[in-house]
Write a new protein. Structure first.
Lengths: 273, 206
């Protein structure tokens, strides 16, 4: 079988080309595939729906541009939902570039809902220190946060002055691509202060979070771009998550095809000895 | 004394912080908060050490014309440009935001998305059912990959449920086992450090 001999030495540039086509073509010709809603994503939606108007939601953007493609769509979808429900957003980041990415989404969506900086939302920027910072933060926000990301004294802002400790936070939503991130929020903020935690993680991190979901330490979870697409479906706002699912679908099918083909070649090679 | 003093500091600080966690008295909470604030101050200082180190290493690379030294020039130039844009115009300035949104974000996303190409190549060449364990992993991976995309739902509407079951039962059971192992190891290591049995953090001595 010359075909299998040829395929077993397939130039990897052909594989790269096929992957590129599988990503680009669905972007040019959208398939608009329907997205099913999974339990962990619905839990995040229901938790936000259950909060009374004016509640403070702490959003922590714990990722950098490397994970932007997976986590930024989720950031936008959840901020959209929070503002639609008239919740107040207290944003921060455990990663240096995270607060900038969060700010991009926050400013863009706040404008469309006529939200005022300082009253309806604030961003206190990057906060170093990982778990120790979170322990201090829960006890007394003033010990860790004295100014917002622009250097404005936090007490001069109505929302900033109103949040003194973890007791003033109704929900934490972390967008997490690694360490420090969601595990620190669960271990040090939920366990110590009892604040409910929801999260959006990269797809590769999502399986690690299931023990915390089943124990109730994590209320809900958006896993990867699929989680963002599900959330966009729930809030009825088509964004990059839903648009990206077409490409992701074709690439996944292509990968399954590669795996199957690789194993057919393995069987053929074994039979030939 | 050079060995004993750090051990005493680690022992005292470590056990004191451990004790304050279980003692809700005002004094213990205030003092542990002070120690934590000191830690945060030290952590913030690490950012400057990081930048200083980055500059030092790359300047050295340029001076000695080591391999790919040209990239170090680009790195240092853009480090200077980003720092300058941030300090002069502030983090909301048009220049800073333009550089962040149009350089840093797409470059970071590009680096990460390259993984897709290598994963595709690896799935073809290396993901083979050579043993029963590898076969089991392969079957689970294929089900999860298909069940996590909208096409999977169209192929068979129970695919997403099957994926959730894999995630919630076998995956959670395995992860819990791993987590217990890690946490027991962490507790044991922490005790070894606090009691001075593990001393490699002081420079390799055990």
């Amino acid at each position: 079988m010359r075909v299998f001999d040829y395929l077993s030495h397939l130039d990897r540039r052909i594989i790269f080309l096929l992957v590129a086509l599988a990503v680009v073509i669905p972007m040019l010709v959208p398939l608009n595939l329907p997205v099913d809603i999974t339990g962990p994503v619905k839990n995040v939606y229901d938790k936000i729906e259950s909060l009374p108007e004016g509640s403070v939601v702490l959003i922590s953007t714990d990722y950098d541009p490397g994970s932007e493609a997976e986590l930024y769509p989720a950031t936008e979808a959840i901020i959209e939902h929070c503002f639609r429900k008239n919740l107040r957003i207290y944003m921060m980041g455990l990663w240096p570039a995270g607060s900038e990415l969060g700010n991009m989404a926050l400013n863009k969506i706040a404008q469309s809902y006529n939200k005022k900086y300082g009253k309806d939302y604030i961003n206190v920027g990057y906060r170093p220190g990982g778990q120790v910072m979170l322990l201090s933060l829960g006890r007394n926000f003033g010990d860790v946060i004295k100014v917002d990301y622009q250097g404005i004294p936090i007490d001069s802002l109505p929302l900033g002055g109103g949040v003194k400790s973890a007791r003033d936070i109704s929900l934490v939503i972390t967008f997490s691509a690694g360490d420090p991130g969601i595990l620190h929020w669960i271990t040090y903020f939920h366990a110590r202060y009892g604040v409910p935690i929801c999260g959006a993680t990269t797809a590769i991190m999502a399986p690690q979070m299931y023990p915390y979901l089943s124990s109730g330490q994590l209320t809900g979870l958006l896993g990867g771009l699929k989680g963002a697409a599900e959330y966009e479906t729930l809030v009825d706002k088509k964004g990059r998550g839903l648009r990206g699912m077409d490409s992701q679908s074709i690439v996944h099918l292509l990968l399954v095809g590669f795996i199957a083909l690789g194993n057919v070649i393995l069987v053929y090679q074994r039979r030939r000895g | 004394m050079k060995t004993i003093l750090p051990l005493i500091i680690v022992f005292c600080c470590g056990f004191y912080m451990l004790a304050t966690f279980f003692i809700p008295a005002r004094f213990s909470q205030t003092s542990s908060q002070t120690l934590q604030n000191w830690y945060l101050g030290v952590m913030a200082f690490f950012v400057f050490i990081g930048i200083f180190n980055l500059i030092k290493i790359n300047v050295d690379k340029i001076q000695r014309k080591l391999r790919d030294w040209q990239y170090s020039i680009i790195l240092l130039t853009f480090l200077g440009v980003m720092l300058g844009a941030g300090f002069i115009g502030g983090r909301d300035s048009k220049v800073f935001l333009y550089l962040f949104e149009n350089f840093q974000v797409p470059l970071g996303a590009t680096m990460f998305s390259l993984l897709a190409f290598f994963v595709a190549s690896a799935s073809f060449r290396a993901f083979r059912a050579k043993t029963p364990e590898a076969t089991l992993l392969l079957i689970a991976a294929v089900i999860v990959m298909i069940g996590r995309i909208p096409i999977g739902y169209l192929i068979w509407h129970k695919f997403p449920d099957l994926v959730e079951w894999i995630m919630q039962v076998p995956n959670t059971a395995a992860k819990r086992g791993i987590l217990f192992g890690i946490d027991l190891g962490l507790i044991s290591m922490a005790l070894r450090v606090l009691l001075g049995i593990e001393r490699s953090y002081m420079g390799g001595e055990r």
